[in-house]
Ligand binder design. Structure first.
Ligand code: SF4
Length: 462
């Protein structure tokens, strides 16, 4: 296997040379490059076998470099020339990638690329990270900015759509460019980060609008900023008394978990409550490294929720979504949202019809715990906001009862308690003078057996 591996061409040759020589003496010798691949069956690899992928593609990179998020970030794969040294790609595929990348560039961290199974043409990791020709050929579908984020920007970078929440877009830089990204439109503008003046203008707006109690730091990926820069911004937000919570939206735990280091977690722990929303789309992404990153955040007092995007050919089945939810829960991450993929130009090939999402939720409900089931939502175009979509369990409803269908398709009657106003309440339950009377009344309550109580509520349609 080692012979089929290709030496990784670092963008920082000095660093790599130094690290390669280090590699020879490191603990790597205890597990020679490629050793685990010889004995393993790739198809059966558990999602945790990132080490295999690392040695498959990056056998000459030292442990120290591999674990250094700055090394990972510096050495992102951003060109076809780099990609063809690492992945087997047909000539046709190479040409297609080249064409697609002219409009929608690529950027893949070595860590994320190491998760690709090169022998699987439908690999879900590859599909999320490597450009494909449908991004161009199907680009007549969709819009550049379907959520109308530009229109809701109150000052550059600050989106204020809902009364009590605001979104700070701090940069357009991401460690990986996900092929389904809603903000694909920004990629052609190159890398930018908000200036100090722009950030000050956003903070001024937040100071003046006391209804805002929740600020979301987003991008791009806000964790591409240095920890000290991030701290400056977070500390200033924390000084605003009416801001109760800060949320961070980041895909780093998935595509570059090494970023979640002690320095970052120590900093975040000082400014809680901070909530973290990340973006796992497939169970193979929940590696030991990713789970450890989430664990670090949680130990720093930062709860982690997950937002998945429903993607055709990647995670559009009950089986994959259930596996993902279970892997997340084991990593103590709550599956929060399952998003219908936005109507973004260049993503049509990854979009499913909406009923796929509803059927997935239907297929999960009752078969796994409610904690594992995300809310399936559509983000409406033109800034209409999120709408939850659920299977229909309510067959009919009136003042006295509902007909409800359970996960097995059985139909039940359910008594609808009457909503009483205060006057009716007083007639139904006259006030008693004290604790003793109340206890006496309780003792005198008629007791119905389960059978009596449910006599009129048997299953009406099994
Ligand atoms: S991490 Fe998020 S913002 Fe960045 S490319 Fe991926 S989907 Fe887009």
């Amino acid at each position: 296997m080692k012979t089929s591996s290709v030496a990784f061409k670092s963008q920082d040759s000095h660093t790599l040379e130094k690290n390669t020589s280090l590699n020879c003496q490191s603990t790597d010798t205890e597990e020679p490059p490629g050793k685990s691949l010889i004995t393993s069956n790739i198809e059966e690899e558990p999602p945790s076998c990132t080490t295999n992928g690392r040695y498959r593609f990056f056998w000459d990179v030292s442990d120290a470099s591999w674990k250094d998020w700055k090394w990972q970030f510096r050495n992102r794969i951003t060109s076809l020339e780099q990609l063809i040294q690492l992945l087997p790609l047909s000539v046709e595929e190479q040409a297609q990638i080249q064409t697609a990348a002219k409009r929608y560039p690529l950027s893949i961290t070595p860590y994320y690329l190491s998760l690709i199974n090169p022998s699987d043409p439908n690999d879900p990791i590859k599909k999320q990270s490597v450009p494909c020709i449908q991004e161009i050929t199907m680009s007549s579908f969709g819009m550049e900015d379907p959520l109308a984020e530009k229109e809701d920007s109150v000052v550059p970078g600050l989106v204020h759509r809902y009364p009590d929440r605001a979104l700070m877009v701090l940069t357009d830089i991401c460690p990986m460019l996900c092929r389904h990204c809603t903000r694909k439109r920004e990629w052609r503008h190159g890398a930018w980060t908000r200036t100090d003046d722009q950030i000050e203008a956003m903070l001024d707006y937040l100071r003046q609008h006391t209804a805002i109690r929740d600020v979301i730091l987003s991008g791009g990926d806000p964790l591409t900023l240095s920890t000290s820069h991030l701290e400056t911004i977070i500390a200033k937000i924390r000084e605003i008394k009416h801001i109760e919570i800060i949320r961070i939206g980041s895909r780093f735990p998935v595509v570059l978990p090494q970023r979640i280091d002690d320095e970052l977690c120590n900093m975040l722990s000082k400014y809680g409550p901070i909530w973290f929303n990340t973006h796992f789309n497939h169970p193979r992404e929940v590696t030991p490294e990713a789970a450890a990153a989430c664990d670090k955040l949680i130990r720093a007092g930062v709860p982690v929720n997950n937002q998945t995007v429903l993607l055709r050919g990647i995670n559009d089945s009950v089986e994959i979504q259930t596996k993902l939810a279970h892997a997340l829960l084991k990593a103590k991450v709550r599956p929060y949202y399952l998003f219908q993929c936005d109507e973004v130009q260049g993503t049509e090939h990854l979009r499913t019809s909406v009923d796929v999402g509803i059927k997935i939720i239907e297929g999960m409900r009752g078969h796994t715990s409610g904690l594992a089931i995300p809310n399936f939502v559509v983000d409406l175009v033109e800034g209409g906001g999120k709408v939850p979509l659920n299977p229909n369990y309510v067959l009919s409803m009136n003042d006295s009862e509902l007909l409800l269908q359970n996960y097995e398709g059985k139909v039940y009657r359910y008594r609808n308690p009457k909503t009483r106003n205060r006057k009716e309440e007083a007639v139904a339950a006259p006030p008693v003078s004290g604790v003793v009377e109340s206890l006496l009344e309780d003792a005198a309550l008629p007791v119905k057996t389960k059978g009596e109580a449910h006599a009129d509520r048997v299953i009406v349609r099994p």
